[in-house]
Design a protein around this ligand. Structure first.
Ligand SMILES: [Mn+2]
Length: 246
């Protein structure tokens, strides 16, 4: 069983198209947060048209598009409301069917648990510098040898308490010092993949879509990419200053 893990696509259709050219897998796991973003409907349709099976993990962004943002309704002009308008009712219903986590046995790796934030939460933050004492409670009760998370948009591969914890990186809006698409290929081994594509054209498309509230993320990921080390410290601070945020 070869698995391609595609996380945090965020409506970046050109990035997804480039990655799919390179995917050679028996199963695609979409690790959450294909929404919100510029071309969410097209991204969803493209993935549903694949001729390999796809499993879908619910990200906090997808969930907000399904349920409305936490703590309030849809404000006209905000990113979630804007993304909702770009999806048909049927597409939104499909998003609602995403699973909290997906577990798959991968030859040579063992049982692999795919989640968005952490195994217990789609908003909990795991970075390459999360201390073991903050990570341990998140991994409690997990019956898998490998955990693949996302949400923080930078790839890593760590050994924690006898388990392997990886971040697949982000296809659409990576924070790891390079304007490209990042994903994970699991099979006989683990490959942290980087796919180059025409990023300036994709940025132009996203900007031209009229999508609100995404300019900062686009700049920090694809125009002047921040390093993984920077973003890890940034998210780690956020996680410890808002411990209720899961
Ligand atoms: Mn997320």
């Amino acid at each position: 069983m070869r698995v391609a893990a595609l996380y945090d696509i965020h409506g970046n259709l050109p990035a997804l198209e480039a990655v799919l050219e390179e995917v050679d897998a028996d199963l695609v796991v979409v690790g959450g947060d294909l929404a919100p973003g510029a071309m969410v409907g097209e991204v969803l349709d493209r993935l549903r048209a694949l001729d390999v099976p796809v499993r879908w993990v619910m990200g906090n962004g997808d969930r907000e598009v399904v349920e409305g943002p936490a703590g309030g309704g849809l404000a006209p002009g905000d990113l979630v409301a804007w993304s909702v308008e770009r999806l048909s009712d049927a597409q939104r219903r499909f998003l609602a069917s995403f699973e909290p986590t997906v577990q798959v046995a991968v030859d040579g790796l063992g049982d692999v648990l795919f989640c968005h934030g952490s195994p217990r939460s789609d908003t909990e933050i795991i970075t390459q510098v999360t201390p073991p004492e903050r990570l341990a409670p998140m991994l409690e009760g997990v019956a898998a040898d490998v955990v693949v998370c996302g949400h923080t948009h930078h790839q890593f591969d760590r050994a924690v308490d006898g388990r392997r914890v990886m971040n697949a990186g982000s296809v659409g809006l990576p924070y790891q010092g390079a304007a490209a698409a990042f994903w994970l290929a699991l099979g006989s081994g683990v490959e942290m993949r980087r796919t180059d594509y025409d990023v300036p054209a994709a940025v132009e498309l996203m900007r031209a879509s009229g999508m609100p509230e995404m300019e900062d993320s686009i700049v920090a990921s694809l125009v002047e990419p921040v390093s993984a080390a920077f973003i890890a410290e940034f998210f780690e601070k956020q996680a410890t200053s808002r411990p209720d945020e899961r």
